[in-house]
Structures are given as structure tokens and as C-alpha cells.
Design a protein around this ligand. Structure first.
Ligand code: ADP
Ligand code: MG
Length: 332
């Protein structure tokens, strides 16, 4: 028996932009920046090449973060509310979108840790309920789904379950004991991603990583009794493949097979997000890619979504940054 879930209230997708600082390489080549966050919601573009200077263009989002903002602040303002709704039975997803080296992984690692820490806090303050946390992790590379908690790298199949929707067959799901256990699992995921790969950066720029935390809870006073019921929801932390792959496909370049497949998941995600942000009741093409099939229960229906778009501030990355803003604009 399942308890009635909270209501996400058909909310829009929360979209924010995070600038990272110029890195050593960019500073060394005297790269300049075209971007300035003038308040909490507005980022302006002003071409930093003097001969191309023009009137500034403003873009507004739910939240924009300057390059000196901490991940803690990004979490508090752009992810926390969405992520923690899973404790009241609402599925949620936090995405990091952006070109390779813009700060997706840096941002997602922090947000994942802050979320789990806050969930443990919540559990301690709600002794009237019994909680079980479960953790699973997958990678989608070349439209093949791999279990990041298993040494076996055989691709996993997706199955359609009449009650639970799309599920990943044979996926490892660990019941979390405590914080240290989570840290151990995260390092296993990290090690799994590196196996057999010559360059981790090459791999991570082409694959999507989804960490899923499932929260089950029941009121203690009914435990073991007939009227006992369980509330269950997941929060997904999605570190997307580098968005430069998608823009390469859009510009018509013939790429390797990897490129095409990454584009399928990333491009389908773009379409799904765009349609969700306009009309949640129309046809949404979840089934067109593995990523969107797996995330369907946490994207449509009674769910909450936050997208954090990470951007390099450097003028040399201007084209990619504009593509990122274009994606962010379509999502809001
Ligand atoms: P991506 O996952 O998008 O490829 P990373 O998260 O790996 O990018 O970031 C690239 C590099 O920049 C890393 O060395 C990371 O530590 C650093 N970095 C990213 N964002 C920030 C930030 N906001 N502040 C400081 N360093 C950052
Ligand atoms: Mg990364």
C-alpha cells in the first residue's frame, strides 16, 4: 500500500546559470570575459573585444550565479527545494548542463553531498517515520546503459514495468547505511567510469551519469500493521555529456558513432524539456532516447526539475556559452 504523494503543483522547471572563474589556462592566454551578473536573476553579455563592442544584451533566469559564488549557495538557491521534495514523495531531478570543462561535475558533486546531508538531517528530525535510503548509479555512453556499482560492464536493458514505468534490468541498488557508505559508493562509481578509458575527460565529455537516491518512508506507529503504507520517491542527480556534442550535430558535422548517440540523448532531452516547459499535457517524446526514458517518472507528471547551466566566462568559449544560454532559455 502506497501513501498519497505530495503535489508538485505543475511547477515550471527551475533554470539557473552558473559562471565559473577563468581558469589558469584562460588567464595565461589573456582571455577576457563577456559576461556579468548584474543581480540575482540577470546576466548580461557585452562583447569584450573592443572593436566588436555593442549595446549589452540581458538574459534573465530564475537565478544566476557569479563566478565567485560557492557551490553551497548554488545548492541553497537553485537545487535544494527541488531535491528535498523527494522526502514528501515527489520525484525530482537536478541537471548540470554545459560544455566540457564549464563546471558540471564540480557543481553536481557538491549538490549531491549537500542534498544527502540535508536528507539525513530531515530524517533525524522526523523520528515518527522510518526511512530507508537506496542508491543506484548508471552511465549512458553510446546509448548503452552501464551499472556504475557493478564491475560487469555489460549494457543493461530497459524494461517497461506496468506499475513502475521504465526500469533498468538487473541494476544494483544499495541500501545506504550511513554517510561513509555513500562516500564509498561514490568512489566506486568514479573508479568504474575510468576503467578501460584512455582519457577520463574524453569519457566524461561523452557520457551521461545519473545518480539516483530513492527515499522510502512509513509512519512508525503503523509499521507491521495492516494500515501501514509507504511513501516513495527518488531524486536524480544528472551530470550530462558535454553540450558541445549536441551543437556539433546541429551544425551538420558528421561525427563518430559516439557523437551521434550522445546527441540522441542530449537532443531528445532538449526537446522534452522544451515541450515540458510549454505544455505538460501534450505529447512528450520520452521514448526517443535512453536518458529520457529512464528519467520520465522524474520529469513529467508529479515531479520537480532544476537545471543548472554551467558556463565558462571566457571570450574564447563565446559560441558554446551562447548555445548554453539558448538551451537555458528554451527550458524556462
Ligand atoms: P565539466 O564537468 O563541465 O567538464 P568540471 O566540473 O570538471 O567541468 O570543471 C573543470 C575544472 O574547473 C575543474 O578542475 C574544476 O575543479 C574547475 N571548476 C569548475 N567550476 C568551478 C568553480 N565554480 N570554481 C572553481 N573551480 C571550478
Ligand atoms: Mg564532468
Amino acid at each position: 500500500k502506497w501513501e498519497k504523494r505530495g503535489d508538485a503543483g505543475g511547477e515550471r522547471i527551475l533554470v539557473s546559470i552558473r559562471l565559473r572563474p577563468l581558469n589558469a589556462k584562460e588567464i595565461a592566454r589573456n582571455d577576457t570575459t563577456d559576461w556579468e551578473c548584474i543581480n540575482d536573476t540577470t546576466i548580461i553579455f557585452r562583447n569584450s573585444v573592443p572593436e566588436r563592442s555593442m549595446a549589452p544584451v540581458a538574459y534573465t533566469f530564475d537565478r544566476v550565479f557569479r563566478s565567485d559564488c560557492s557551490t553551497r549557495q548554488v545548492y541553497e538557491d537553485a537545487a535544494k527545494q527541488v531535491a528535498l521534495s523527494a522526502v514528501s514523495g515527489i520525484n525530482s531531478t537536478i541537471f548540470a548542463y554545459g560544455q566540457t570543462s564549464s563546471g558540471k561535475t564540480y557543481t553536481m558533486i557538491g549538490i549531491t553531498e549537500y542534498t544527502v546531508s540535508d536528507i539525513y538531517d530531515y530524517i533525524q528530525r522526523h523520528e515518527e517515520r522510518a526511512f530507508v535510503l537506496k542508491f543506484s548509479a548508471i552511465e549512458i555512453y553510446n546509448e548503452a546503459v552501464r551499472d556504475l556499482l557493478s564491475p560487469d560492464s555489460t549494457p543493461l536493458r530497459l524494461l517497461d514495468d506496468p506499475e513502475r514505468g521504465t526500469i533498468v534490468e538487473k541494476l544494483t541498488e544499495e541500501t545506504l547505511n550511513d554517510w561513509d557508505h555513500l562516500c564509498k559508493l561514490l568512489s566506486i562509481c568514479e573508479a568504474q567510469r575510468q576503467i578501460g578509458e584512455t582519457s577520463l575527460n574524453e569519457m566524461s565529455s561523452r557520457s551521461h551519469q545519473i545518480l539516483r537516491l530513492t527515499i522510502e518512508s512509513s509512519a512508525r506507529e503503523f509499521l507491521g500493521k495492516e494500515n501501514s503504507s509507504t511513501l516513495v520517491a527518488s531524486v536524480n542527480f544528472v551530470d550530462l555529456a558535454g553540450s558541445e556534442r549536441a551543437s556539433q550535430a546541429l551544425s551538420g558535422g558528421t561525427r563518430l558513432k559516439e557523437g551521434c548517440h550522445i546527441n540522441r540523448s542530449l537532443l531528445t532531452l532538449g526537446t522534452v524539456i522544451r515541450k515540458l516547459s510549454k505544455n505538460r499535457n501534450g505529447h512528450i517524446p520520452y521514448r526517443d532516447s535512453k536518458l529520457t526514458r529512464i528519467l520520465q517518472p522524474s520529469l513529467g507528471g508529479n515531479s520537480r526539475t532544476a537545471i543548472i547551466c554551467t558556463m565558462s566566462p571566457a571570450h574564447s568559449h563565446l559560441e558554446q556559452s551562447r548555445n548554453t544560454l539558448f538551451f537555458a532559455n528554451c527550458a524556462k
